[in-house]
Design a protein around this ligand. Structure first.
Ligand SMILES: Nc1ncnc2c1ncn2[C@@H]1O[C@H](COP(=O)(O)OP(=O)(O)O)[C@@H](O)[C@H]1O
Ligand SMILES: CC(C)(COP(=O)(O)O)[C@@H](O)C(=O)NCCC(=O)O
Length: 242
């Protein structure tokens, strides 16, 4: 059994894999790391390998906690990947993006795949039909857009994301919601259009904790997969331990 852990800028997500399939997954706040990991190994003592991916400062404590129970691979920019990495600055590439590219390559090794991850930031990852990761984009996430407008103005309230009734706002709140939710929707649809005009038979995967706020509004066809990054981590764990 494998344990994969994704420490993002907002949440920690993990999954237990058996024979390539998720048998358990969960997310939690960073303060609960030790107790959650202990609980997990009590429930699944068969876990013998783990991979730890962190886009923040990985506290040695976190690695050491997992290492008490099994072998740990800490994902870095020097980990082996099954695809060609053509990012111009591979040492500064977020390891979460490496995992998304691995998942894209695993699911569609001979196809063109665009992965859109709506987490703290919205990231775009392109793996082409030559098995080459060529990069993509980083843009502000849904919550970040609400926070930025509140923090950088005198008069805009801080709102929580919500379903949008119409793209035309007629109040301060509905205008902010339109600016963020309709704005993200138009951005994502526009970016998909650009990639589609350059890459034939493009498969688009949408993932990330905030994707549900706009997924249904997209005009383009996408495959929603909330576990895509975790699946990529499992591929990288297998690739780096076998
Ligand atoms: N239990 C939760 N705790 C915090 N955020 C959550 C939770 N469930 C869903 N979310 C949403 O997920 C978003 C973070 O998405 P995620 O893909 O986990 O980002 P990251 O990988 O950058 O940490 C938050 O902005 C929030 O809206
Ligand atoms: C772009 C990111 C902040 C995304 O983090 P997330 O929203 O998934 O928490 C992270 O992948 C990162 O810090 N990247 C480093 C820069 C780069 O990928 O080129």
């Amino acid at each position: 059994m494998n344990l994969v852990i994704d420490i993002g800028n907002t949440r920690i997500k993990y999954a237990v894999f058996e024979n390539g399939r998720i048998i358990h997954d969960h997310s939690f706040e960073s303060g609960l790391f030790l107790s959650k990991i202990k609980e997990l190994f009590e429930k699944y003592p068969q876990i013998n390998n783990a991979i730890l991916s962190s886009v923040g400062k990985l506290d040695r404590k976190e690695r050491d906690v997992v290492a008490l129970f099994c072998k740990v691979h800490v994902l870095t920019n020097n980990s082996k990947v099954p695809f060609k990495n053509s990012y111009a600055t591979p040492q500064t590439l977020g390891v979460d993006r490496l995992a998304l590219a691995a998942a894209a390559y695993h699911h569609n090794p001979r196809g063109n795949t665009l992965v859109i991850d709506a987490g703290t930031c919205i990231t775009y990852e392109m793996v082409n039909n030559f098995g080459e990761y060529i990069g993509g984009a980083i843009s502000p996430g849904v919550k970040m857009r609400y926070n930025a407008m509140h923090n950088q103005t005198a008069g805009l309230p801080l709102l929580n994301p919500t379903e949008l009734l119409d793209f035309i706002g007629n109040s301060t709140e509905s205008c902010i919601h339109s600016g963020v939710i309709n704005g993200v929707t138009q951005e994502v649809d526009g970016v998909i259009d650009q990639y589609q005009s350059r890459f034939q038979d493009l498969t688009v995967i949408l993932t990330g904790g905030d994707s549900h706020f706009f997924a249904k509004r997209l005009k383009n066809t996408i495959f929603a997969n909330s576990k895509f990054l975790l699946e990529g981590l499992n591929c990288l764990l297998e690739y780096n331990t076998n």
